[in-house]
Design a protein around this ligand. Structure first.
Ligand code: DP6
Length: 333
């Protein structure tokens, strides 16, 4: 009744922003992502046993309480219900990357949790079903069930059974692709993703335009990935990130997730691309100010240097495309 999994984060090339059903966590649009390597990993051990009198959740040194704990318990309840098991669990989770750096760990976190809990319960589920369940914990988590390049389908059904992630191609398809991450100085206050998405859906008029064009963008990104068409992919990635952040700004009151340091990164990448006469790099930003700059390995040292020299950039790390989750023999407790 004990199992341990490692999953890694993913970064969206076409962003998920906004839900069509908050209860089932169904997205308003499909998205495409790249799974990251083990520098952005979460490891989770789950044990179900009658010796536990309630669910105990520990993240690093911290015992989770309140809404953070509740979200994990809800995810366990879905799986317990499926397995017909009523036992409580102990969950211990370690993140390789500090959540405080504003790097989303919910994708790797809920992917690792869903895999470890379902194995611990002896549930024999296919990846499609696992994808549907991990989506309930955090939308982006369903994409972290696979390595390489992944698409999460919006789905049409009201019950969400067709809103799941599927691999487009494995990491080996494009080995030289890199994500140069610039971790920048944070602003103290930040609106969480869920209320942020909700505000955009309710108040932004621009958002409807974004949704109308998304299926064409998804199609173009799929093709650019398949052909490894760098310039096309990087431009599409930048435009999609800008489109999402424009909708954030068009929300009322406006949502600011990027800051002055993020804007400097944007200018720097455009200056570099102008100098080359084509897009040799493409930035993308999630609901935070850190920059993810996609490029190929031969440009990494130039880009790393350029990003490190920007004021407000505190750290630069370089990630490869990852292979997806693995089961670990060594448990965390
Ligand atoms: C901006 O997956 O964290 O990173 O489903 O509410 O848990 P919930 O949201 P989450 O949102 C990620 C939003 C994003 C874009 C993306 O990863 O596609």
């Amino acid at each position: 009744m004990k199992s341990t999994f490692r999953a890694t984060s993913n970064i969206a090339l076409v962003k998920y922003w906004g839900k069509r059903d908050a209860q089932l966590n169904l997205p308003a649009n499909g998205s495409i992502s790249v799974t990251m390597d083990e520098q952005l990993k979460t490891e989770t051990t789950v044990e179900f046993s009658s010796k536990y009198k309630q669910d105990e959740v520990t993240l690093g040194e911290r015992k989770l309480e309140g809404s953070e704990r509740h979200r994990v318990v809800e995810q366990l309840d879905i799986l317990r219900h499926k397995a017909g098991n009523k036992e409580y669990a102990r969950i211990v989770t370690e993140n390789a990357f500090p959540s405080a750096a504003g790097m989303a760990s919910s994708a790797s976190g809920y992917a690792a949790l869903t895999l470890a809990a379902s194995h611990a319960l002896g549930l024999k589920m296919g990846v499609r079903e696992l994808s549907v369940i991990s989506r309930r914990g955090s939308g982006s988590a369903c994409r972290s069930l696979f390595g390489g390049f992944v698409e999460w389908h919006r789905g049409e059904r009201d019950d969400g059974s067709d809103s799941l992630a599927e691999p487009l191609s494995p990491a080996a398809h494009w080995k030289s692709l890199r994500n140069v991450i610039a971790i920048v100085k944070k602003d103290p206050k930040r609106i969480l993703t869920r209320p942020g998405m909700n505000r955009t859906v309710l108040t932004s008029t621009l958002y409807q335009r974004r949704l109308q064009s998304i299926s064409i963008i998804l199609q173009r990104v799929r093709k650019a990935l398949e052909e490894k068409n760098r310039a096309e992919l990087f431009e599409l990635v930048m435009r999609d990130s800008n489109s999402m952040h424009a909708c954030m700004l068009d929300s009322y009151p406006p949502l600011f997730y990027m800051n002055e340091h993020s804007h400097k990164v944007i200018e720097t990448v455009h200056a570099l691309n102008d100098a080359y006469g084509e897009a040799v790099a493409g930035y993308t930003f999630d609901a935070g100010p850190n920059a993810h700059v996609f490029t190929e390995d031969k440009r990494v040292s130039t880009i790393r240097k350029m990003l490190s020299e920007i004021s407000g950039v505190e750290n630069v790390m370089v990630c490869k495309v990852g292979n997806g989750p693995v089961e670990l023999k060594q448990h965390l407790f």
